[in-house]
Design a protein around this ligand. Structure first.
Ligand code: ADP
Length: 328
């Protein structure tokens, strides 16, 4: 592939997600494959502003495909939000001879990439990495599948206690604006009810549903609650509310928190990261810029940053229907 690009900079930015290392590996190895140089940039845009770089070759990324987190570290960088900060970053990239970037992160990171790309006419390609799966232009973001598996494994364990003690558990999972984790992991873990930001079940209906479950012979229940659910109560207030109206139940709360963000990536995320890394480098070599790689119908596609940032992912309403049927 004849291309003007000779040296690609790769970095992770914003929240970490499982699969980021697998994506770094794929970018580095793709560069090696196409005989161009690759440089790792530490701590996202912060490392770019400071010129904190490391040369990476195919062997630098041995044994990282299986690791959670990111070997390049990640951070949030206020300075990059200013034009002076971005100019500093540009000067460091030029001095290092980097002529294209692959940013692995969420929509904030893509916004930074898009602004930078337009300001300095600099090729930038994005790989979506976030467990929330809230980025438009891809069916899956890196880390989402791993997070689902983690949540399901934990709820399976909570279920042991719930059923042994005839208890009702509220399990809070990540998802401030979107309920992808709650809905998918809730179905996968057999939750009785799933509360997501996209749908207001209402407190009355929640109670009715739990009472119906109880009357049908269920002695324990799991309710999965996304952080941003619309009941207007936080998960502890929900517990108190249900306890008040269903005194026969011992009600407990488990907030899963950051354990959902870590851990070894699932096989699905490793394969996806590998495909995305290859696609990102190949797109840059073809002269493309300002795009995010994604997967749709098992094919790699490219979406303009602007669309990826502004577009909203939609919850699969069919899953809500399925959940209602299988929790009867
Ligand atoms: P995520 O990528 O996970 O959504 P953030 O929203 O924190 O995470 O964004 C990561 C970084 O991207 C920010 O710390 C900042 O350096 C950069 N960034 C985000 N928005 C902008 C912006 N409007 N202009 C410049 N840089 C931005």
């Amino acid at each position: 592939m004849a291309s003007k690009i000779k040296k690609v900079g790769v970095f992770t930015s914003g929240g970490d997600a499982p699969g980021m290392n697998a994506a770094i590996r794929a970018v580095v190895r793709s560069c090696a494959y196409y005989k161009i140089d690759c440089v790792g940039i530490y701590r996202g845009y912060q490392g770019m502003v400071e010129g904190d770089f490391i040369s990476l070759n195919a062997r630098s990324v041995n044994n990282i495909i299986n690791k959670g987190g990111t070997i390049l570290k990640t951070s949030r960088c206020q300075e990059f939000r200013t034009s002076e900060g971005r100019k500093k970053a540009f000067d460091h990239l030029k001095a290092e001879g980097i002529d294209a970037l692959v940013v692995i992160g969420g929509d904030g990171s893509f916004t930074g990439g898009m602004i930078f790309s337009q300001e300095f006419d600099f090729p930038v390609m994005g790989i979506p990495g976030t467990i929330d799966n809230d980025i438009f232009g891809t069916l899956n973001t890196l880390g989402f599948d791993t997070a689902l598996n983690t949540v399901v494994e934990v709820i399976d364990k909570i279920r042991d206690t719930a059923s042994s003690h005839d208890r009702l558990f509220f399990v809070e999972v990540m998802g401030r604006d979107v309920g992808h984790i709650a809905l998918n992991a809730g179905i996968g873990a057999g939750a009785e009810e799933i509360l997501i930001p996209e749908e207001d079940l209402g407190l009355e209906r929640l109670l009715e549903s739990l009472k119906r479950s109880r009357a049908s012979g269920k002695t324990s229940s799991i309710v999965v609650v996304a952080e941003g659910d619309r009941t207007g109560k936080n998960v502890f207030e929900l517990k108190d509310y249900v306890k008040e109206h269903m005194p026969m139940y011992g009600v407990r709360v488990s907030v899963l928190g950051h354990l959902q963000r870590g851990g070894a990536p699932s096989c699905f995320d490793r394969v996806l990261a590998s495909r995305m890394g290859v696609s990102a480098v190949e797109a840059l070599l073809e002269g493309k810029t300002n795009l995010m790689v994604g997967i749709q119908n098992n094919e790699m596609i490219l979406t303009p940053f602007e669309k990826a940032i502004k577009g909203r992912t939609k919850i699969d309403t069919e899953l809500i229907r399925v959940s209602d049927i299988v929790t009867i």
